[in-house]
Design a protein. Structure first.
Length: 317
C-alpha cells in the first residue's frame, strides 16, 4: 500500500529559540504568580462553559462539575457550569465566561485576544503524548489508489470522520493557509469529539472503508483485537494535536492563569498536595479518556495555529 502522509508530518521539531522563549516566559510568570494578588472571586462563582455534543451522563454528572470546581480554585464558591450541545450555543455562552473547555479545532476559531490556552488533555503513560490524526483503512483491492489521492476526496462516501470538531479527525481537511476549505460532500461524521469509538465501530462493521480518527482510539481498538493488522492499515496524517483544551479569559491575570495551569498539570500524578477537588477530578477524567493535563501556553498553541486553519465551516455540529 502506498502510504499517504498528510501535511506537516516529518517536519523538524520546533525551533530552539521558540522553545527557549516559551520556557523563559513560564519561569517569569511562575515567579510573578507567587506574589501577584488573586482576582476577587465572583459572588456567583466563576463561569465555566463546556462544549459536549453528546451530553454524556457521566461527564455531565461528574467530569465537568469536578473540572469546574478545580478551575474555581480555593475560593469555594460553586462555579456556574454551562454545557453546550452545539457550536452555536457554545459561542452564545462564551461572552462573560471565565473558562472554556472544548476540542482543539473549535479553540482555534476563538478570539486569541480574549482567550488564552491553559492546558491540554493528557492520557496515561506511555500514551501520554499528543495524538495524531490517523487514517484507518480496510485492506481490499483498489484501496491503494484511494490512499494515493486521499479517500475523503476520491470517494468521500466511503469515509467517516471521528467527529467534526477536533483536529485529530479534521486536521487533514484544514491545512493552514487554505481558508474556506470545503467539507467533502457525502462523508459522515461521528457524534463525539472526545471518543471516536462510534466512528470506528461503524467502520469495522462494514458501513465505511476508511475512518479519520484520533490515533489513541485507533490503537485502543487494535489492542482489543477489533482492528487486526491482517485486515486494516493505520496511516498517520497529521502532526500531534492538543485534543481537548482548557482556555481562560485573558482578563484573568497571567500569573493567576499560569498557577492554575500548573495545578491542572498535577492532576492524576502522584503528588501529595492535591486537593480533594483535584483528586475527584482525576477519578472522573477517564470519562473523556484522560488521565490529567499538560500545560498549554501561547507559543505552543501558536504553533498549532500555524499548522491548521481555524475557519471550520459553521454548519457542522
Amino acid at each position: 500500500m502506498t502510504e499517504h502522509r498528510g501535511f506537516g508530518v516529518g517536519r523538524r521539531d520546533r525551533p530552539s529559540l521558540v522553545a527557549a522563549s516559551a520556557a523563559l516566559g513560564v519561569l517569569l510568570l511562575a515567579a510573578a504568580a507567587s506574589w501577584w494578588p488573586r482576582t476577587a472571586p465572583r459572588p456567583g462563582g466563576v463561569v465555566v462553559v463546556v462544549l459536549d455534543p453528546t451530553g454524556d451522563e457521566r461527564r455531565l454528572a461528574s467530569t465537568w462539575p469536578a473540572l469546574g470546581r478545580v478551575l474555581a480554585g480555593p475560593d469555594r464558591v460553586v462555579p456556574q457550569l454551562e454545557v453546550a450541545r452545539t457550536r452555536t450555543r457554545f459561542a452564545e455562552l462564551l461572552p462573560g465566561a471565565d473558562f472554556a473547555i472544548c476540542p482543539d479545532g473549535v479553540a482555534l476559531g476563538l478570539d486569541a485576544g480574549a482567550w488564552a490556552p491553559l492546558a491540554a488533555g493528557r492520557r496515561s503513560a506511555p500514551r501520554n503524548l499528543r495524538p495524531r490524526g490517523v487514517l484507518v483503512s480496510r485492506r481490499q483491492a483498489g484501496h491503494e489508489a484511494d490512499l494515493a489521492s486521499a479517500p475523503w476526496l476520491a470517494r468521500p462516501a466511503s469515509v467517516i470522520f471521528g467527529d467534526s470538531l477536533g483536529l485529530a479527525a479534521t486536521g487533514s481537511l484544514r491545512p493552514a493557509g487554505v481558508p474556506g476549505n470545503a467539507v467533502p460532500a457525502g462523508g459522515a461524521w461521528g457524534p463525539d469529539p472526545y471518543d471516536h469509538a462510534p466512528a470506528l465501530h461503524a467502520l469495522r462493521l462494514g458501513a465505511f472503508e476508511h475512518a479519520l480518527v484520533r490515533q489513541w482510539d485507533a490503537e485502543r481498538f487494535r489492542a482489543q483485537g477489533l482492528l487486526p493488522d491482517a485486515d486494516w492499515t493505520i496511516t498517520e496524517l497529521t502532526v500531534p494535536v492538543p485534543d481537548l483544551v482548557v482556555l481562560a479569559a485573558r482578563r484573568l491575570p497571567a500569573p493567576e492563569r499560569l498557577a492554575l495551569g500548573e495545578r491542572l498539570a498535577g492532576i492524576g500524578r502522584e503528588l501529595t498536595d492535591l486537593t480533594p477537588d483535584e483528586r475527584e477530578l482525576a477519578s472522573a477524567l477517564p470519562n473523556v479518556g484522560l488521565a490529567g493535563f499538560n500545560l498549554l501556553i501561547d507559543p505552543d498553541f501558536d504553533l498549532v495555529r500555524a499548522q491548521f486553519a481555524a475557519d471550520w465551516p459553521p454548519d457542522r455540529p
